[in-house]
Design a protein around this ligand. Structure first.
Ligand code: RB5
Length: 152
């Protein structure tokens, strides 16, 4: 498993904790920064993770900002990205099983490091269940590509 990670100034410490947590499990991490509290724009950081995912450079991505919201919006503008903001493990797990999420977003000003690690673990362990969920992912792709869905 290879994971890309990036953050803005709102999640530097959380990012460090998560990188260590992943590497301790033998997971390869590409860290796009930032590693210092300098102010950076979350869309730029989100795009780095999203591109690494859609280019197949990594299996999945983690994107962090103050709330997780701005960076998730930016990630979701890239075709093929299904980025989810999670503040608890249940949604993280279901986002894999039902939505086949490929980027996990969290807020460094929202979740503490221990809760964040639980969220990450559930998200890493859960697999896409396919079936009816595959059809719905297909509909999302159709909206992405055509602006509508045939059934609508
Ligand atoms: C930056 O101050 C902050 O707006 C950003 O980290 C994030 O929370 C945006 O959604």
């Amino acid at each position: 498993m290879k994971i890309a990670i990036a953050n803005d100034h709102g999640a530097v410490e959380l990012k460090m904790e998560i990188v260590k947590y992943l590497e301790d499990q033998g997971i390869e991490v590409i860290n796009f920064g930032v590693d210092t509290p300098e102010s950076v724009d979350y869309p730029i950081q989100g795009l780095k993770v999203a591109n690494a995912v859609v280019n197949g450079e990594v299996d999945r991505g983690i994107a962090l900002c103050g709330t997780g919201i701005g960076i998730s919006i930016a990630c979701n503008k890239v075709k093929g990205i299904r980025a989810v903001v999670c503040s608890e493990p249940f949604s993280a797990k279901l986002s894999r099983q039902h939505n086949n999420s490929n980027i996990l977003c969290m807020g460094g000003r929202v979740v503490g490091p221990e809760l964040a690690k639980m969220i990450v673990q559930e998200w890493l362990d859960a697999e896409f269940q396919g079936g009816r969920h595959r059809r719905r992912i297909g509909e999302i792709r159709e909206i992405e590509e055509t602006g509508t869905v045939k059934e609508a």
